[in-house]
Design a protein around this ligand. Sequence first.
Ligand code: C5P
Length: 232
Amino acid sequence: MSTAALVLAAGRGERLGAGLPKALVSLAGVPLVVRAVEAIAAVPEIERVVPVVPPGELARFAALLSGVAGAHKLAPPVEGGRERQDSVRAGLASLADDTAWVAVHDAARALVRGADVSRVIAAARRHGAALLAVPLRDTMKRVRDGRVLETPPRAECWAAQTPQVFAARLLREALAKADAEGFLATDDAQLVERLGAPVAVVEGEVGNLKITTPEDLAAAEVLLRARGERAA
Ligand code: C5P
């Protein structure tokens, strides 16, 4: 049963303000996309890694990724789209028909740990779909027009991360339904939830943060140093 990973790197990254695609921003001297692809390719259960890159950037990303660790698992980059969901659709369309399992990962989560990826893959194989998430430490408020609508019980609130792993046919079906209904999701599990299918939650690590702002980049550098991992 083959397992493939889409590494989504097609975001514009405006909040990082670096003036280049976010995935190319350096974290301690190594671009986020390189870190993310290497982390995912190192996972033994994953056989194929497909980078999904900004439109018009195929050549630049292909050159950058040609020398990564685990390059033998790497497929040629695929062009993503305007919305994250467009990028997922493009990546999925590129996968071989016999792909049984798909892990979708944000390149912006460049610090993901291989052991966590393996745990979420195992959960997906048991339940059909699974995601990494962490329990929230803050109390959540649903807010509209500057007013609180409701306060969901904190014990039930988790922050969704990636990878999120799915039976390939389930994700394809979920995406087709969302597209037909014009529904745009901010993560992929949401699409599968809309089918009424169960999604298992695997507790991950706060360190698997989505690097979105300059402050996140600084926090990621501190985390890397604390882990004693490679810096430039
Ligand atoms: O900021 P956001 O949650 O949209 O981005 C999460 C991930 O999805 C990032 O790694 C980003 O590169 C990717 N993305 C994408 N295509 C888009 C938008 C985001 O691949 N159109």
